[in-house]
Design a protein around this ligand. Structure first.
Ligand code: ZN
Length: 106
């Protein structure tokens, strides 16, 4: 059941709910997790708000790794996700431009 204000992220053509499930996530000693069977991403709500974005990007890359059968080692996946998160953070104007569908070069 989707809670009001609960965010979802569209990945590979499907909506993946982003939810809080601190007990399970913390018990596994993770900051977040992608649940393949349930099509859910859970993020530890105790994680600093700004860091939650980094955790989300990590879990999105986990979804891609699974769906595309990339078989990335977790260390590589983590590096890729961190770098991607940093690019997103460092380029808010560019991200807006990409979303607008307008050209990027003049
Ligand atoms: Zn992971």
């Amino acid at each position: 059941m989707k809670k009001p204000n609960q965010l979802t992220v569209r990945v590979m053509g499907r909506d993946v709910p982003i939810l809080k499930d601190d007990i399970v996530v913390q018990a596994a000693n993770n900051l977040g997790e992608y649940r393949i069977q349930r099509n859910q991403i859970a993020i530890d709500s105790q994680v600093e708000q700004q860091l939650q974005g980094a955790v989300l990007i990590h879990e999105i890359v986990e979804v891609l790794n699974f769906d595309l059968e990339l078989k990335l080692q977790h260390e590589i996946l983590s590096s890729l996700a961190s770098a991607l998160y940093q690019v997103i953070r460092d380029n808010p104007q560019l991200i807006k431009q990409i979303i607008s569908g307008k050209g990027l070069v003049v």
